[in-house]
Structure formats: C-alpha cells, structure tokens
Design a protein around this ligand. Sequence first.
Ligand code: ZN
Length: 155
Amino acid sequence: MAILNIRKEGDPILRRSSREVDVITPRITTLIEDMVDTLHKADGCGLAAPQVGVLKRVVIIETEPGIIYKMINPEIISSSGSQNEAEGCLSIPGKWGITERPAKVTVRATGIDGRTFELTGEGLLARAICHELDHLDGKLFTDCAIRMLDPDEVE
Ligand code: ZN
C-alpha cells in the first residue's frame, strides 16, 4: 500500500484526457489499491487516476463509508433530472462551488475482476460519478460551477 501524491489545480496533467485500460494488469490493481489508501488519507469521497498522475480511465468512489466502487473504463449510459449542490475536489483544496448535475445517473464500468457492471446512483453518488468521470476528460468542477462559494458559506 502507498499514499500517492494528489495533483493540484494548475498541474497540466489534470487537463489531459485519460486512456482506456486494455488489460487489467497487476499495475492497475495496485494503482487502485493505492488510490483507496490515498482517498482514505485525504478523507475524500472520490478519486480519479489523473489526480494521482496516471492518465488511465480509472476512478474510485466512496460516498458511503465502507462501500467503495472501483471502476475501470466507466461510462455514463443514462442520466435524468438535475440537482444543484455544493461540490469540492481534492485537487482544488479549500474551494467549493455550486454545480448542476443530474439527479440520477447510471454508469457502466469494468470491475477489478474484469467483469462489466452497472451502477445507478442518486444524490451525492450521482454527483460523485459525474465529477470523477469529468476528471478522465480533463474537466474540473470549477469549469461547470454555477457560482463559487465564499469561505464563510462553507462550514
Ligand atoms: Zn475532483
């Protein structure tokens, strides 16, 4: 296990597109385990591989403690509704903004066992899925924020 360095806004790697994973090698499974350790240390609810300097289409999400979704080559296959909520990012510490995201999304991904699965999320999970998948295309929440919050609006 290892704690990886989380890249911060301004690092050009966060603006690049990530490549699909063709084969789930031990390197990929180790990356995912290290991402889990890194996410726990940072106390976040999601992390995408480019945030730790790896341009691969891999994300992990843990919006409920203990339930960690590990997704390889994830794709949103349907979305509905909308929600406007506050959002932050481990790569943009100390900043929060209101974003508009779908209320509900379904994502299809490959798991570390190589099997395809689908996951439907609402509320925070839907937001986290959209946020983490955006990272794979070099997008940050500040790009789509309706407005940024003042520090005194954030607890
Ligand atoms: Zn982020």
